[in-house]
Design a protein around this ligand. Structure first.
Ligand code: PLP
Length: 458
C-alpha cells in the first residue's frame, strides 16, 4: 500500500502504527536514503512537492520504460543471464573485467556489506560529517568505532583529518559528490588516502551522484587493483530508485569479502532490463546532467537574489542555511505541502534540498519565501575576529529562540542571556548551560519569536 493509498483508504492510523514499528526496528536494519527520509515523515498529501530524498522526478528514460514493459511478461522467471548481459554492457563501456563487478538491487546493500566486511570493534569506520549516514548505521552492526571528520573549507572530505582520525581504520568512506552537500572530493585526495591509509584498510568511494558532476571517477583506481571499492547506483541520474539496480566495483578478492553477507538473491529483471537500456542510451547522462545543473543554477540565482545562503553543489541536492533551527523550517514547509530535508545534527540550521523539476523548485521558492519572511534576521557580527573572552552580556529575553550561523552551530533554548563563544558546541550543551556560563555566539543571528532586545558586544 502506498503512502497515498494509505491516506486515501482512511487507514492512516494503521499506516502510522506500521511506521512507528518500523522506526523502532530502524536501528537493526540496513539504512537507505528512502528509510532515512521516511524517518522524518510518514504521509505525503496529494499534490505534494517531494524534494526530500534525492530522487529523480524524471523517472526512467523512455528506453528503460519500454524495456520494463517488454520484460514484464517474463516476470515469472529468474532469468539469471540478464545480470550477465548487464555486467557485459557496463564493463565493456568502462573497460573493466566482468569479475570486477557485482550487481545488487541498488547500492545500499553493498555499502552496508562493505562496512560489515571491513570494520569491527578493532577496525574503525571513518567518514565525513555531514556525510551519508547509512555506513554509520551499519557500523552499529559491526561494533566499529565511528570516526567523523568535518569537511574542509571547500566542503571536500578532509583526507588528512580522516587519516589522523583512523589509525585503526578498517574502512574509509568517501562520498563524492557528497550526500548531503553535493560537494566534491578530488581524485588526488582519494589517491592520497589510498597511499597513506593503514595497511589492510579499504577505501569505499560512493559515486551515487557522480554523473551529475564533473568529478573524475575512481574506477581507474579499481582497474589499478588498489584497495578501493566503488559504488554506483541507478537510483539517481537514471531515475530508477523504485526499480532497483546498483553495483559494487572492485578487485575480485575485495568483492569476495562482501559475499558472506548477501547479494546472491535474484535481481528484479525489470531493474536489470531498464539499467541495461539506460546504459545503452548514448545521451541520457549528459542530457540529465545539463538539465539538473540548469535548474540548480536557477535555484541558486533565486536564493542569491533573495539573500539566502547555501552550499554550492555539483549534485542534485544542496544544503540550505535556514538561519534558525532547520526543523522549524522543514515543519513549516511541510504545512505548505512542500517536503524538504533532512537535517544533519552537526549543521542544525541547514537542511538538504533535492533539486526537482523547475516547477517543483518554483513551488519550493514560494513556500520558502513565505516561511522565512516572518523571521527577523539581525547581524551582530563585530568587526574583525571573534573575541576570545566573554564580551559581556547580551540581553536576550528568556525563552527567546535564537539561531546563529557561526561554525554551523545553533544556539537555542531558554535563558539565553550571555551568548558567547570560543568553540562551537552542540545544541544540547548550549540548552543545558546556565545563564552565567560563557556561551557560544558570533555573527549572523536570526531571531524569531516576539520580543527581542539586545546589547552590543560590550
Ligand atoms: C550517497 C548514497 N549512497 C548510496 C545510496 C543508495 O541508494 P540505492 O540503494 O537506491 O542505490 C544513496 C541513496 O540515496 C546515497 O545517497
Amino acid at each position: 500500500m502506498s503512502k497515498f493509498e494509505a491516506l486515501a483508504n482512511g487507514s492512516r492510523r494503521a499506516f502510522l502504527q506500521l511506521s512507528a514499528a518500523a522506526t523502532a526496528a530502524m536501528a537493526f536494519r540496513i539504512a537507505t536514503e528512502a528509510s532515512l527520509a521516511a524517518e522524518e515523515r510518514n504521509v505525503f498529501h496529494p499534490g505534494a512537492v517531494v524534494i526530500d530524498a534525492n530522487e529523480n522526478p524524471l523517472g526512467p528514460c523512455d528506453a528503460a520504460r519500454k524495456a520494463v514493459v517488454d520484460m514484464a511478461p517474463q516476470g515469472g522467471r529468474y532469468s539469471y543471464w540478464l545480470k550477465e548481459e548487464f555486467v557485459k554492457t557496463f564493463t565493456q563501456m568502462e573497460g573493466l573485467k566482468p569479475d570486477y563487478v557485482r550487481v545488487f538491487p541498488g547500492s545500499s546493500e553493498p555499502l552496508h556489506f562493505s562496512v560489515l566486511a571491513f570494520t569491527s570493534p578493532a577496525k574503525s569506520y571513518v567518514t565525513a560529517d555531514p556525510g551519508y549516514e547509512a555506513g554509520m548505521r551499519a557500523a552499529q552492526f559491526s561494533g566499529a568505532r565511528v570516526a567523523k571528520t568535518p569537511l574542509t573549507k571547500t566542503y571536500a572530505h578532509d583526507v588528512k583529518a580522516m587519516l589522523a582520525a583512523g589509525p585503526d581504520a578498517g574502512l574509509f568512506y568517501v562520498c563524492t559528490p557528497n550526500n548531503p552537500t553535493g560537494t566534491m572530493t578530488s581524485h588526488s585526495d582519494i589517491e592520497r588516502l589510498l597511499a597513506e591509509k593503514p595497511k589492510g584498510s579499504v577505501v569505499l568511494v560512493d559515486e551515487a551522484y557522480i554523473h551529475f558532476s564533473d568529478g573524475i571517477s575512481a574506477l581507474d583506481l579499481v582497474k589499478a587493483d588498489r584497495d578501493v571499492i566503488v559504488l554506483r547506483t541507478f537510483s539517481k541520474i537514471y531515475g530508477m530508485a523504485g526499480l532497483r539496480c546498483g553495483m559494487a566495483i572492485a578487485r575480485p578478492d575485495l568483492l569476495a569479502k562482501l559475499e558472506p553477507y548477501g547479494g546472491w538473491g535474484a535481481m528484479p529483471i525489470t531493474g536489470l532490463a531498464a539499467a541495461t537500456a539506460s546504459l545503452k542510451h548514448e545521451h541520457l547522462v549528459s542530457e540529465r546532467k545539463q538539465l539538473n545543473a540548469a535548474i540548480r543554477q536557477k535555484t541558486f540565482d533565486w536564493l542569491d537574489r533573495q539573500g539566502y545562503s547555501y552550499v554550492p553543489s555539483e549534485s542534485n541536492c544542496f544544503m540550505l542555511d535556514t538561519k534558525r533551527p532547520a526543523k522549524e523550517v522543514i515543519d513549516a514547509m511541510t504545512a505548505r505541502n512542500v517536503y524538504i530535508g533532512r537535517i544533519w545534527p552537526v549543521w542544525p540550521s541547514y537542511t538538504r534540498i533535492t533539486v526537482g523539476t523547475q516547477g517543483e523548485m518554483e513551488a519550493f521558492q514560494s513556500a520558502f519565501q513565505a516561511v522565512m519572511k516572518n523571521a527577523k534576521t539581525v547581524s551582530y557580527a563585530p568587526a574583525g575576529p571573534i573575541p576570545t573572552a566573554n564580551p559581556g552580556p547580551w540581553f536576550l529575553p528568556n525563552r527567546q529562540r535564537v539561531a546563529h550561523k557561526q561554525a554551523n552551530t545553533v544556539c537555542r533554548g531558554a535563558a539565553l542571556r550571555r551568548p558567547y563563544l570560543a568553540t562551537p558546541f552542540p545544541m544540547e550543551r548550549f540548552c543545558a548551560a546556565s545563564e552565567s556560563t560563557p556561551q557560544a555566539c558570533a555573527s549572523d543571528v536570526t531571531v524569531f519569536g516576539d520580543s527581542f532586545a539586545t546589547g552590543p558586544w560590550n
